[in-house]
Design a protein around this ligand. Structure first.
Ligand SMILES: Nc1ncnc2c1ncn2[C@@H]1O[C@H](COP(=O)(O)OP(=O)(O)OP(=O)(O)O)[C@@H](O)[C@H]1O
Ligand SMILES: [Mg+2]
Length: 250
């Protein structure tokens, strides 16, 4: 399929376009022998885009993000991430691709016995960064998410909102090419939620492709990004229309 030209820009409309960073074609996902929880998902996310992901509880947001993070395989269809057909990627290849993706899990998945600092430092240490640079970057970021006082506290002793901010800091510390965040502001007050959103927007301006699952109507209204909406096992895309404040389905 040829790419469409719009206002002088080439739009990715095919999962194989060079501009497509996450592509899915006729994808279904099921757990074990159960019925599909998502069916016939077709999706092309362009490099550098920013999307919300919405849908009722149980609609499949975490399942879709798991596929994007390469921890859940599609039961049918084609999934391409960074242009690679994931069906043909071996374990080592998947591990390398995952290093290019930052993820904030809905249940945080921090290493409980480690401090906030060590959790956030982990992705940098895995890449072999020099310890002085690790210390500088991690300290700055934890300060920015207002966790300076908790930097040496074990993750198991932190509150839900504090754990969430550590999980976010760990996901973004490496400036990933893709950031997938599952309800990243679900446990914090609206001031901190706004601050975290600013962090995601800044990262996006630096080139990161962002997908944020949320139940927050306020975030969706306040930040006019397109929305991937899951309903009846399928996906619809809504784009905000700035003129009258309503959304329209593509
Ligand atoms: N590991 C699993 N085994 C079996 N079924 C699962 C598993 N994970 C999810 N499901 C099912 O898949 C469906 C979608 O779940 P998912 O967690 O993706 O929804 P969600 O949109 O993220 O919900 P929420 O907003 O509550 O987080 C649900 O019916 C759920 O029961
Ligand atoms: Mg979920």
């Amino acid at each position: 399929m040829l790419a469409k030209k719009s206002g002088g820009r080439i739009l990715a409309d095919n999962i194989s376009d060079v501009d497509t960073i996450i592509g899915m074609q006729n994808v279904g996902i099921r757990y074990g022998q159960g019925a599909e929880v998502l069916s016939d998902i077709n999706l092309t996310l362009r490099r550098g885009s920013f999307h919300f992901l919405t849908g009722k509880s149980g609609a499949g947001k975490t399942s879709l993000l798991s596929m994007m993070y390469l921890s859940q395989k599609a039961s049918r269809g084609i999934v391409k991430i960074f242009g690679r057909n994931i069906a043909f990627a071996d374990r080592d290849c998947l591990a390398l691709l995952r290093r290019r993706i930052g993820v904030v899990f809905q249940d945080f998945r921090l290493l409980d016995h480690m401090t906030a600092f060590d959790n956030v430092a982990l992705p940098l240490r895995v890449c072999g960064m020099e310890e002085r640079e690790v210390r500088k970057r991690v300290t700055e970021l934890l300060q920015w998410v207002e966790l300076s006082k908790k930097i040496n506290d074990r993750a198991s002793t932190l509150s839900g909102g504090e754990k969430q901010r550590v999980a976010i800091a760990r996901a973004v510390i490496n400036r990933p090419e893709i950031l997938l965040a599952d309800e990243p502001t679900g446990n914090v007050d609206s001031d901190i939620a706004n601050k975290l959103m600013k962090l995601f927007v800044e990262l996006n301006k630096l080139g990161t492709t962002v997908v944020i699952a949320t139940h927050s109507e306020r975030l969706i209204t306040d930040f006019p990004f397109p929305r991937l909406h899951l309903q009846n096992k399928g996906l619809k895309i809504y784009r905000p229309v700035v003129l009258d404040g309503t959304e329209r389905r593509l």
